[in-house]
Design a protein around this ligand. Structure first.
Ligand SMILES: [Fe+2]
Length: 206
């Protein structure tokens, strides 16, 4: 049988067997195409060791940023008291901004040839931010936790930005300085001003 005849023979067999190309093929499995920790080659004029160092640093910042992002949502839902409405909205705004950072950090890890962490269990194992309790806490405690988390991120981001600068990875340095550091600094201001003990109705020294 010629190759052409063989193909048409196979095709008619499929049709006869009632084969349906629209049927989903389920439960497929295969080996990973890139194991975690392996850096693929990427033609962006940066040595593999430079990209590997940036990937490692960015995955740490990613895990901590995802944790802070989720803490904002927790506090958005669980906030209480006379500042409920403004903090409910502010916490959600910051959640959205942290979520944008998460995507930028994760996509930079991929473009450097690395693999970005993604799943909650991996984030929980990696983050350096202390785990808050499941229950509700008072506003000053919620805010203290947020400020502490921001400072962990700012401290490591400053160190990592210098490392990236010295290694010649300008893109990672720019992401850390222009996006991670700037966003976190601004959010710290907006949150920290809520725990300044000023009178609400009567001036203290009137
Ligand atoms: Fe909401």
């Amino acid at each position: 049988m010629s190759p052409k005849n063989h193909r048409s023979h196979a095709k008619s067999e499929q049709l006869e067997a009632g084969s349906d190309r629209a049927t989903p093929i389920l439960h497929q499995k295969a080996r990973e195409i890139q194991p975690y920790g392996k850096i693929t080659r990427m033609p962006i004029a940066l040595d593999e060791n430079v990209r590997a160092e940036s990937v490692g640093n960015l995955n740490q910042i990613l895990a901590d940023t995802m944790t802070l992002r989720d803490m904002y949502k927790k506090h958005h839902w669980q906030v209480s008291g006379h500042t409920f409405y403004q903090l409910h909205l502010l916490f959600d705004k910051h959640h959205g901004e942290q979520d944008e950072l998460v995507d930028e950090i994760a996509e930079r890890i991929q473009l450097l040839g690395g693999i970005s962490l993604a799943m909650a269990a991996d984030i929980a194992e990696t983050t350096i931010i202390p785990r808050p309790p499941r229950g509700r806490e008072e506003v000053p405690v919620q805010i203290s936790r947020l400020l502490e988390a921001h400072e962990f991120i700012l401290k490591e981001a400053r160190t990592m930005a210098k490392q990236a600068d010295e290694a010649g990875d300008d893109g990672t340095n720019d992401l850390l300085v222009s996006d991670v550091i700037r966003t976190n600094e601004l959010q710290v201001w907006f949150v920290a001003e809520h725990v300044v003990d000023v009178p609400v109705v009567r001036a203290a020294n009137a």
